[in-house]
Design a protein around this ligand. Structure first.
Ligand code: AMP
Ligand code: GLY
Length: 412
């Protein structure tokens, strides 16, 4: 099978790496990719948001499967364009990707499917937002309705800050605060059959101790030894399957990766958000310990045959990803800082580096974005995987590098 991965991030590096080790995959292409992806795939130039251009590239390469990584191309209909040209695509239609693209739409689907989530109000005027804030009380949760790369959400006890965020967005969702730890459960689905992956956890704030602003994610680990043993079954029954069934019932089936961001609250599991693609950085540790052939699973999901292939299997042990970001992130980012030490890190036992915001300049690997790379450590348990990841981080340097020192540190 020949495959083409669309996107440029650490998730796409992990996807390309996992496809390359599937014995059923003969070629891995990627576009636009980055210098890390280039070590496991052949790169091509394309505008990832241009569906007809992606379909034309896929046709010219003769690929069997296009895997669309990020949310923006999915929401723009890139998977639809590939399917319209007669090829298989892993990733939901633009219509189904609204589950991520519009928080208001996601709430409506959850309501119809009886999926537990925070009580919410969709507001388009400052007066509506103010009355929703007062109805629900502090802590306040105010979300920009559209895509915002994980940065459109404000959670605060400061009413003035909540009001100001609402005023800066055209349409906001004001919702009930959910207490309890957050967990990500991903599922591969063909629109009917749903195959959950093992749980992972993401660290969203920039600084240690969950301080500072939200980011796209500063680290992740899997599995989670502390969650109830029946969590995945519970989430499949109460969240994932009803959501997939509801979208099928509407005639807009969701085929691809359904990402449930969950809060384990004192009143049970509730959905914080849905995403329509693999989480970044959760995908990196998950794919590092996935034993099943990824190409077979994604192809089966893309062609409505997921019930016919074996469910995903994970290696025992654990994986931890630590993101290294450039100076200024998440407010801004710094480009052109020379990165050293990736080879030394990858020479360590159980360490790999998935690149995200990197580029080659005058023969040097340099920073080219906010989240620059993730160091993934694997080991027999979370503590060992964490030690491997941080040993890798210690080898890598660039000017202004920022990373958290407490990823997967408090795991019981
Ligand atoms: P979202 O983009 O919806 O995932 O929100 C980003 C982050 O904001 C989440 O991962 C949570 O940490 C936090 N958050 C979002 N919604 C809530 C909520 N209802 N209660 C508490 N925290 C929330
Ligand atoms: N890790 C969070 C996300 O991918 O949205």
């Amino acid at each position: 099978m020949k495959t083409l991965v669309i996107g440029t991030g650490g998730r796409e590096h992990a996807l390309a790496r996992a496809l390359a080790r599937d014995p059923g995959v003969s070629e891995v292409h990627a576009a636009p990719g980055n210098p890390g992806v280039a070590t496991v795939a052949t790169l091509h130039d394309v505008d990832p948001l241009d569906g007809p251009a992606v379909a034309a590239l896929a046709a010219s390469l003769g690929v069997d499967l296009v895997v669309v990584g990020p949310e923006a191309p999915l929401v723009a209909g890139v998977a639809d364009a590939v399917r319209a040209a007669g090829m298989a695509a892993f990733g939901p239609s633009a219509e189904a990707a609204r589950l991520e693209g519009s928080k208001a739409f996601a709430k409506e689907v959850m309501d119809a499917a009886g999926v537990p989530t925070a009580r919410a109000f969709v507001c388009t005027t400052p007066a509506e937002a103010a009355s929703a804030l007062d109805e629900l009380g502090a802590p306040y949760v105010v979300k920009d309705d559209g895509l915002a790369a994980g940065k459109g959400v404000v959670v605060t006890t400061d009413r003035a800050e909540a009001v100001a965020h609402a005023a800066s967005c055209e349409r906001v969702v004001v919702e009930e605060y959910l207490d309890g730890p957050e967990v990500s459960v991903f599922a591969i689905t063909d629109g009917t059959t749903v195959r959950p992956l093992q749980p992972a956890q993401d660290f969203k704030r920039i600084h240690d101790g969950d301080q500072g602003p939200n980011t796209g994610g500063m680290g992740a680990y899997t599995p989670l030894p502390w969650v109830p043993a029946d969590l995945v079954d519970d989430v499949l029954t109460t969240v994932l399957q009803p959501t997939v069934d509801e979208l099928a019932r509407r005639g807009t089936p969701f085929a691809g990766l359904l990402y449930a961001g969950l809060a384990l609250t004192s009143r049970g599991v509730k959905v914080v958000e849905f995403n329509a693609r693999f989480g970044d950085p959760e995908a990196q540790p998950l794919l590092a310990v996935l034993e099943s052939p990824l190409g077979e699973l994604l192809m089966a999901a893309a062609t409505g045959r997921l019930a016919d292939v074996a469910p995903p299997v994970f290696a025992g042990g654990a994986a931890v990803a630590v993101v290294m970001a450039s100076r200024g992130y998440p407010v801004s980012s710094s480009s052109g800082d020379v990165i050293t030490g990736i080879d030394a890190a990858e020479a360590l036992d159980g360490v790999q580096v998935d690149q995200a915001g990197t580029a080659i300049r005058d023969g040097d690997l340099v920073t080219a974005g906010g989240r620059v790379l993730a160091v993934i450590g694997t080991g027999p348990d979370v503590a060992a995987a964490r030690a491997a990841a941080y040993a890798g981080v210690a080898e890598i340097s660039f000017d202004g590098a920022q990373y958290r020192s407490d990823i997967a540190a408090h795991v019981t």
